[in-house]
Design a binder for this molecule. Structure first.
Ligand SMILES: Cc1ncc(COP(=O)(O)O)c(C=O)c1O
Length: 431
């Protein structure tokens, strides 16, 4: 068997490459994984996750706390891998905290954001012990203070500011503009800081911004920090106990078109300003760490033509990968066994009963036969973690590859699991 490797067009990492025209993940042929575990199947490269974390660490240095935004991919094996590489976590729910605990991972390098947190979630985080809470609005303060008081602990909080910066990204994943629901607008933030300062059970240790996802330019990061610094300089109380600046996540990847965010350039632009104030950087990358590290493998079920469009029908659908339907996201789609045959324009669609159920539109693919395998690239982030049971479809299996070894890290759901909570408990409630 030849070991000559060539790059796979559209893959953001060399972990996914071609050998004799076949797609491999590290030292494992992807077709072998599909054979063994079935399709649809998410395949992750462990080395690729390690490499991305190392890139961010190199850029931001040892003093930075890298809190992986686990919503991007919360598989326990992915969490363990990132923890082993030195990452903490960005949580947005009590459920995500439960995942860390289930994986026996420490929470002391975790930050807890979320536009509306419930009491049980705050209590669970206080009991576990986290780095700080990211406060998103004035209404959260009494609840946080009450939990702090009940536990006899002064809670460390960072205030999420909404700096009204245009991240230049899809409207559904932009979060730092004044019309978005996230954070506190700068004009109102002075009052929020004063309210925190009056609260004996709360301690303002930092500021947080998160501008949106899939940013490719460093400018929004620089603009946001400049606005936060100008805000802090507006009154002494705003900077008194501040030790951290959480610049959020949003580091963009290439998705086969254009460039990924230059993480080194972001660090070079922000670090001197942060150092000058003695603020420690906290980062929340999600997609950048795991997006390119995963693919979704799907099997061709058939083809059909309708009007001017030629459809390739596959066994993965919007319930397995929602991003194309939700964000008009474009993922490169390649045959697992490449050929030199002529290509034609096709739409690649799943079996779900929705016109919005597509994985790719107007793509160039060679003729496919039922049983052929396709790979949807750069689906390690917001792929499996957004999967659902729509159309009573089982959520896909996931495997992690390490060199020449693959490990099943999530078994394909069974129909029994899928319906387990729908038993008739013979319990009624009469109002
Ligand atoms: C507060 C916060 N931090 C970090 C992230 C991670 O974003 P990304 O995966 O684009 O890095 C998100 C994503 O929605 C977020 O809401």
């Amino acid at each position: 068997m030849t070991s000559h490797r060539t790059p796979c067009p559209g893959a953001g990492t060399a972990a996914f490459h071609l050998r004799a025209g076949e797609l491999w993940c590290e030292d494992v042929p992807v077709a072998r994984l599909a054979e063994r575990y079935g399709t649809p199947l998410y395949v992750y490269s462990g080395a690729s996750i390690d490499e991305r974390l190392a890139t961010v660490r190199r850029a931001f240095g040892e003093r930075a706390t890298i809190c992986y935004a686990m919503k991007a991919n919360s598989n326990l094996a992915v969490l363990r891998r990132l923890h082993a590489g030195g990452a903490g976590f960005d949580l947005v729910s009590g459920g995500e905290l439960r995942r860390l605990q289930a994986a026996a991972l420490p929470t002391n390098q975790a930050v807890f954001a979320g536009v509306a947190k419930e009491r049980w979630e705050i209590e669970a985080a206080v009991l576990a012990g986290i780095l700080f809470f990211n406060v998103e609005s004035l209404h959260e303060l009494p609840l946080l203070a009450a939990v702090g008081c009940a536990h006899g602990k002064r809670l460390r909080v960072a205030l999420r500011l909404n700096p009204d910066v245009d991240a230049g990204t899809h409207a559904y994943i932009s979060t730092g503009k004044k019309e978005n629901k996230f954070g506190v607008a700068l004009a109102a933030a002075g009052d929020t800081v004063e309210a925190i300062a009056r609260e004996r059970w709360l301690q303002l240790v930092g500021y947080h911004v998160h501008l949106g996802s899939q940013l490719r330019s460093i400018d929004p990061y620089v603009q946001a920090l400049d606005r936060v610094m100008a805000f802090v300089d507006g009154a002494a109380v705003r900077g008194r106990e501040v030790t951290h600046y959480d610049l959020g996540g949003g580091f963009g990847i290439a998705y086969g078109q254009g460039e990924a965010l230059d993480v080194g350039a972001v660090a070079a632009a922000l670090l001197p300003k942060l150092q000058a104030r003695g603020w420690q950087p906290v980062l929340e990358p999600g997609r950048y760490l795991v997006g390119d590290a995963g693919i979704l493998v799907t099997r061709v079920l058939g083809e059909k033509s309708q009007g001017p469009t030629h459809f390739v029908l596959v066994d993965a659908a919007m319930n397995d990968l929602l991003r194309p339907a939700l964000y008009q996201a474009e993922h490169a789609i390649v045959p697992v066994a490449t050929t030199t045959a002529a290509t034609r324009e096709v739409d690649i669609v799943g079996p779900v009963c929705e016109t919005g159920d597509f994985l790719g539109k107007r793509r160039q693919l060679p003729a496919c036969r039922p049983g052929d395998l396709l790979a949807v690239l750069a689906t390690g982030a917001y792929g499996a973690s957004m999967a659902s049971n729509y159309n009573t479809r089982r959520r896909p299996a996931e495997v992690m590859v390490d060199g020449n070894t693959a490990r099943l890290v999530r078994a394909r759901e069974t129909f029994e699991q899928l319906m387990a909570n729908e038993v008739d408990l013979h319990e009624t409630f009469v109002a």
